[in-house]
Design a protein around this ligand. Structure first.
Ligand SMILES: *Cc1c(COP(=O)(O)O)cnc(C)c1O
Length: 459
């Protein structure tokens, strides 16, 4: 029997959360009251919330059942042993430490392993990783291949590290690199995957220079599925086998379980080095808690243990990637500009190409996300001049290299009709794009302005 063309959600729904419907007139007022900044709009007033895929996933019945088994003993609870065994099965790491989320693991790792003046290469550093490294007085260097940053380039592994760039970085900074990193998938670079071939090449190069490799594994399962689909030798391997091979090249793993842990909170650090583990543990106790719970409740450890395994189910990954592909192919047909190929967790609209009449310094990304909200109650996020907020030495604002709008998809939350609705909204906004105006900022804080600044539409 031939395989069916329709890839269905591999689950059915046994609990629902209702969505509030609002009218366009109501949304105009809601947005105005929020100073035209979608971060300041109540979640309840967003019909489809695509702000982030972090911690927003739906737990399965097995995860909810596991919550009830949470052992809240302070030390060496039953839930800890389950968590440890799942993380060890997947990563093969000797030492495993839960943390309350990914950035807590990052900050402790940086505290114990990074000195002022150090340099940490990565394909692209995620913003909290970069912030933690820079806070320690070290440099976070992005070594992704140039092709990876070109939005129109249809390449299978745009998250790959450029080995020459990495070589140069090592050559220039000998003895200043405590570890190298690879982020799978490359979140900052559009959720693009890294090939096993590239991971091996990075490992070989780092090993030659006695530099350990830390994998930022937030979306490891999505990355593994891409390897399964796009690298021939892995076609017949199971998702978990590929994950195990990927981690076999790492000396440490950092993870936010709010992504491919399909949990609402949690993270971990894992490594093989005894000394590093000892140092990490000492700070963990100071900051997060006893090393067997690290800032999490026993029930969280249970939910993560189940979620990590569910993220490795082939049918789940196949469906997850099919939703991104479906959205991408429909947008392509309409002629909407977006970053290609689609990532593992998000689709990025190219706001600069969508709204060429809006100058970068009047924020085309904000024009687009606000239009999507007014038209269809969709919440998305600008990744462009507002988010990067750069100023030159004279205090003049500088445009960002790209103006993107990220539509990030919570795991197992929205069905195909939600996607169809989203496509209809994007298409309607596309048809009236000339009417969309730019914005000016009328109030902004010094750092991370996108979260709280106030806008006003230009006439
Ligand atoms: C989310 C994320 C982090 C940080 O994790 P939090 O749980 O949000 O603290 C680090 N790296 C990457 C690639 C991420 O996507």
């Amino acid at each position: 029997m031939a395989e069916k063309r329709t890839i269905i959600e591999p689950f059915r729904i046994k609990m629902t959360e209702s969505i509030k419907m609002t009218t366009e007139a109501e949304r105009e007022k809601i947005l105005k009251d929020a100073h035209y900044n979608l971060f300041l709009v109540p979640a309840e007033d967003c019909c489809i919330d695509l702000l982030t895929d972090s911690g927003t996933g739906a737990m399965s019945d097995k995860q909810w059942a596991a919550l009830m088994l949470g052992d809240e003993s302070y030390a060496y609870s039953k839930s800890w042993f389950k968590f440890e065994s799942v993380v060890r099965e997947i990563t093969g790491m000797k030492h495993i430490f839960p943390t309350h989320q990914g950035r807590a693991a990052e900050s402790i790792l940086v505290q114990v392993a990074v000195k002022q003046g150090d340099v940490i290469p990565n394909n692209c550093h995620f913003d909290t990783t970069r912030a933690n490294i820079e806070f320690a007085g070290a440099k976070a260097i992005d070594c992704v291949a140039d092709e990876g940053l070109n939005p129109g380039n249809m390449l299978p592994f745009k998250g790959d590290v450029d080995i020459d760039k990495l070589k140069k970085c090592i050559g220039k900074n000998s003895n200043k690199i405590p570890f190298g990193m690879i982020t799978v998938t490359n979140n900052t670079g559009g959720g693009q995957p890294v090939s096993m071939k590239n991971i091996k090449a990075v490992k070989t190069l780092l090993q030659k220079n006695d530099i350990p490799l830390i994998i930022d594994a937030c979306r490891f399962a999505e990355n593994v599925y891409f390897i399964h689909e796009r690298e021939d030798e892995y076609k017949n391997k199971s998702i978990i086998e590929i994950a195990q091979e990927m981690f076999s090249y790492a000396d440490g793993v950092i993870m936010s379980c709010k992504k491919d842990g399909i949990a609402n909170i949690g993270g971990f650090f894992a490594c093989n080095n005894n000394k590093l583990a000892e140092n990490f543990k000492n700070i963990l106790i100071l900051r997060e808690g006893f090393p067997t719970y690290g800032g999490l409740a026993g029930r969280d450890l249970e939910a993560i243990s189940v979620g990590l395994k569910e993220a490795l189910e082939y049918d789940y990954q196949r469906y997850r990637h099919a939703t991104m592909e479906y959205l991408g192919s429909r947008l392509e047909k309409i002629g909407i500009p977006f970053v290609k190929p689609v990532g593992g967790h998000a689709v990025f609209l190219d706001a600069k190409a969508f709204l060429p009449h809006i100058e970068p310094l009047t924020y085309p990304g904000i024009g687009l996300i606000n239009a999507l909200y007014i038209n269809g109650s969709i919440r998305s996020v600008e990744i462009g001049t507002v988010m990067f907020g750069r100023f030159n030495e004279y205090g003049n604002e500088q445009p960002a290299p790209v103006e993107l709008v990220r539509l990030a998809f919570p795991r197992r939350v929205y069905t195909q009709s939600h996607f169809d609705y989203l496509i209809e909204v994007i298409e309607e906004v596309w048809r009236m794009k000339e009417k969309i105006t730019g914005y000016k900022i009328i109030k902004q804080p010094k750092f991370l302005r996108h979260f709280s600044c106030h806008f006003e539409p230009l006439k």
